[in-house]
Write a protein that binds this ligand. Structure first.
Ligand SMILES: Nc1nc2c(ncn2[C@@H]2O[C@H](COP(=O)(O)OP(=O)(O)OP(=O)(O)O)[C@@H](O)[C@H]2O)c(=O)[nH]1
Ligand SMILES: [Mg+2]
Length: 312
């Protein structure tokens, strides 16, 4: 039976904003029911905007996950914060995600500045409520946010368990304008497979490293070779110091082996085929301040303008 295309098809762009570690990427993955963005307990996991497109027979929602709002202390971080400001343009709804297990601090106040000039409706998403036993504990947080700016709605959710997700979904849909599907129904994300694979490697590194190491790691795919029986991927892990390289390689290469195995298994899962993953570690001092290297990391600049042109 053909699905009937309703006259009231709605579509729109939804940006997901908030401080590092609030759960923005987890929320994106929950909406799309797919792992599109890597997640970690370390702040500043996401480094670029990530699109996820959710299509049904009555709507198309284009979500854009963004890097966490923080004080920029490197060229990379400054570029990330500029990217967020640009992302605010032309959106129909903004989701401002906060970690509801944490009290309101001056840093939260500062982060809210990103919303100061926007006229777009903002939904305040109180995330991680699976860890809030007494819901009354949310009230001081709600008051603190309400005192700073108006929010179109305040919605408690858990991106991990899915609690509150359907209320949030409804609140988003209620604010979508009538409009066409901007992307074909099967279009899920703007990220190339090569970038996703590099991100998965980075996620596995974030999971096993601490302190400054997670921030000092970048991953680039060097080659991607389709062979009859498997896909052969070779990637380089860049770090800033020799000591960081030693940590990632580990004793007798054990750590690198573990990172490689975990990443390969996940890449095989999402590509649905057998993969050989070769990993190399290189020291590239100060890469976070190197405009040329940052350009290399940005798949949008490599892909040219065509692939990013569709973003609203
Ligand atoms: N308990 C609980 N943990 C959550 C929830 N949502 C996210 N987390 C955890 O919070 C941590 C950060 O999640 P991310 O989704 O990477 O957060 P983010 O806001 O994208 O972080 P950045 O990319 O660094 O800005 C991870 O350890 C998640 O598993 C939630 O609803 N409940
Ligand atoms: Mg993230």
């Amino acid at each position: 039976m053909r699905t009937r295309r309703r006259k009231s098809f709605v579509s729109g762009f939804v940006a997901i904003l908030g401080r590092p570690n609030a759960g923005k990427s987890t929320l994106l993955n929950r909406f799309l029911d797919t792992k599109l963005a890597i997640v970690s307990s370390k702040p500043q996991t996401t480094r670029t905007t990530i699109q996820g497109v959710l299509t049904s027979d009555s709507y198309q929602l284009i979500f854009i996950d963004t890097p966490g709002l923080h004080k920029a202390d490197s060229l990379m971080n400054r570029q990330m914060m500029e990217m967020i400001s640009e992302t605010l343009d032309g959106k129909d709804v903004l989701l401002y995600v906060v970690d509801a297990t944490q009290p309101f601090t001056p840093r939260d106040d500062e982060a809210l500045n990103v919303l100061s000039a926007t006229q777009t409706p903002v939904l305040l998403v109180l995330n991680k409520i699976d860890c809030v036993k007494e819901k009354a504990h949310l009230l001081p947080l709600i008051e603190a946010y309400r005192a700073r700016r108006p929010f179109a709605e305040i919605i408690p959710v858990s991106a991990v368990t899915g609690e509150g997700a359907s209320a949030l979904h409804k609140a988003i849909l209620a604010r979508m304008p009538k409009g066409p599907a901007w992307f074909p129904a099967e279009h899920l994300t703007d990220q190339p497979e090569r970038f996703l694979a590099a991100e998965i490697v980075r996620e596995k590194i974030l999971a096993v490293t601490r302190q400054e190491v997670p921030h000092s790691v970048a991953v680039l795919v060097d080659s991607w070779e389709e062979q009859p029986k498997l896909l052969r991927i070779s990637a380089t892990i860049y770090v800033e110091k020799q000591g960081q390289k030693a940590i990632i390689v580990g004793a007798k290469g054990a750590m690198l082996k573990r990172i490689g195995t975990e990443a390969r298994m996940e890449i095989e899962g999402f590509l649905g085929r057998k993969v050989f993953l070769g990993l190399f570690v290189k020291v590239q001092p100060n890469w976070r301040e190197d405009p040329g290297f940052l350009k290399e990391l940005d798949w949008r600049s490599m892909a040219g303008t065509d692939e990013s042109a569709a973003e609203g």
